[in-house]
Every structure is written in structure tokens, then in C-alpha cells.
Design a protein around this ligand. Structure first.
Ligand code: G3P
Ligand code: CA
Length: 265
């Protein structure tokens, strides 16, 4: 019985802060990650890209234009150039009523995020598609430097990707790491039993877009021994429904809302 293997009372559903508390502070900045922890998130989600000189930078887009005052591709800039960019002013422009100015916000390196939240931090690191093939190894090396591969708490770090090749590469080297296969919005709901079983050979779970997630998808994933995470859920009503459906984790821009909803249960 899948429920016996994966009991998911609301209290155990993980509250994952998507790009930090990105509904309240500029996404993927140290301010957003620290705020997420203060708001009661169990884990912070972050995306990595590579700079031209090979530094892992914590930024979602492959380009700079949406969330910084820079232009063009992340990978066409060196770390030093990227660190000079303002990664907070756009948020104030988008939310003029917001009382805090984030003009000193910078793009953090992965190293800086891990240093900031420390060895007690819990992370969900997404390796984007189309990055240089050494990216997964670099992420592992960075985790190792922060003693996060040698951790006694096996679930302290989750690595997720839409790219199965990246996850398989990591699984071969570190089968103990918890891996989540992200499923694109357009594929959600179309996974066959065989597809889920193939994912279960290298990953621990799947991440689905919440708008495409049905109760039956959760049951089917659980039957194959996979956990199931919903991304990116910001409405309390939808959070309540997913808790009711026994989802295992919810990724949200508003970890404070999810915390409130979990307390109601
Ligand atoms: O947790 C899944 C989610 O982060 C994937 O989408 O585009 O926000 O990285 P995206
Ligand atoms: Ca992500």
C-alpha cells in the first residue's frame, strides 16, 4: 500500500521556497533565501547557471535582462562582471508599494548561498538544461566543499533537473543523493507506468506543474515508489487541495502562505 510507504500528513509535506521567498523579495538573492528560512520554509529551491569563467551563479534565467540591470547571456559574462550587477531594483519597480528597497542585492554564487544558509540549510538545487556538461560535477564539488555530500542527513540536499542525463550522471556517482526528475508542463499527466518505472531507476521522485496535476498522478507516482512535488503553487486554495491529495512537497514563492495552510490542517 503506497500510503504505508509514503504517509503524507500535511505536517510532513515539505515547504520549498521557490527561488527563495520570491513573492516577497527579489528572486534568487540572499535576501530571498534568508527570508524564506525566517518564514518557515523547510528548504530553498535555487537554479544554477555558469558564468563565462566557470563560476556557478544562482540565477534562474540564462539571460540577465529580466532580473538584473545587465543584458545578454549569463554565460557571456565573467563572475566579476556579474557580481557588479544590481539584482534587486527590478523588484522595486515591479512592486512599487513594497516597503523595502533591495538595491544592494547581487546575483549570489552557489558558494555564497551555501555559505549564507550554512550546513544546517536544506537545499533543492536545480541544474538547468543546456549548461556545460561539467556543471553537475561542479555542483557536486561545491556541495562537497561545504560538507553537504558527507552530511549525516541524506535529504539535506535535493538535486532536480528537467534533463534526465544530468540526473543519471549524478546518480551514478552519488546514488545516495535525492534526485527529482522535473516534468515539463506540456508532458504532465502523460507519463506511462513504464515511464515512471524508468525514472525510478535513477530518481527518487518527480516534479510536476501543479496545473496539470491530478490526484491520480500522485497515486500513480506513489505506486511506483516515487515521491511527487508540485511546482509552483502560490494560491492557498490550491495548496489545500494538494495537501488533501497527499502530495509530498510544494514549491512556492510564498512559504509563509503554505506554512499557514499547513497549520490549518
Ligand atoms: O521546482 C520546479 C521549478 O523550479 C521549475 O521551474 O522554471 O521555476 O525553474 P522553474
Ligand atoms: Ca527552478
Amino acid at each position: 500500500d503506497a500510503r504505508a510507504i509514503y504517509p503524507s500528513p500535511a505536517a510532513s509535506v515539505e515547504n520549498i521556497a521557490h527561488r527563495g521567498a520570491s513573492g516577497h523579495a527579489p528572486e534568487s538573492t540572499l535576501s530571498a533565501f534568508r527570508l524564506a528560512v525566517r518564514m518557515g520554509a523547510d528548504r530553498v529551491e535555487l537554479d544554477v547557471q555558469q558564468s563565462r569563467d566557470g563560476e556557478l551563479m544562482t540565477i534562474h534565467d540564462s539571460t540577465l535582462d529580466r532580473t538584473t540591470d545587465g543584458h545578454g547571456k549569463v554565460r557571456e559574462h565573467d563572475r566579476a562582471q556579474l557580481k557588479r550587477l544590481d539584482a534587486g531594483a527590478w523588484f522595486k519597480n515591479k512592486h512599487p508599494q513594497h516597503r523595502i528597497d533591495y538595491q544592494d542585492a547581487r546575483i549570489p554564487t552557489l558558494d555564497e548561498v551555501l555559505h549564507s544558509l550554512g550546513t544546517e540549510g536544506r537545499y533543492c538545487i536545480e541544474i538547468k538544461e543546456g549548461l556545460p556538461t561539467n556543471t553537475a560535477d561542479q555542483v557536486l564539488a561545491t556541495l562537497s566543499r561545504h560538507q553537504l555530500l558527507q552530511t549525516q542527513s541524506p535529504e539535506q540536499v535535493i538535486i532536480q533537473s528537467f534533463d534526465p542525463a544530468v540526473l543519471k550522471q549524478i546518480h551514478q556517482k552519488h546514488p545516495e543523493l535525492t534526485l527529482i526528475q522535473l516534468i515539463h508542463y506540456r508532458q504532465a499527466g502523460s507519463l506511462s507506468r513504464g515511464g515512471l518505472q524508468r525514472i525510478a531507476t535513477y530518481a527518487d521522485g518527480i516534479g510536476f506543474h501543479h496545473r496539470r496535476m491530478e490526484r491520480e498522478d500522485i497515486r500513480r507516482a506513489h505506486r511506483e515508489g516515487l515521491r511527487i512535488h508540485a511546482y509552483t503553487v502560490n494560491q492557498k486554495k490550491k495548496m489545500r487541495r494538494l495537501l488533501d491529495w497527499d502530495v509530498d512537497a510544494i514549491c512556492t514563492d510564498f512559504p509563509d502562505r503554505l506554512r499557514e495552510v499547513k497549520r490549518e490542517q
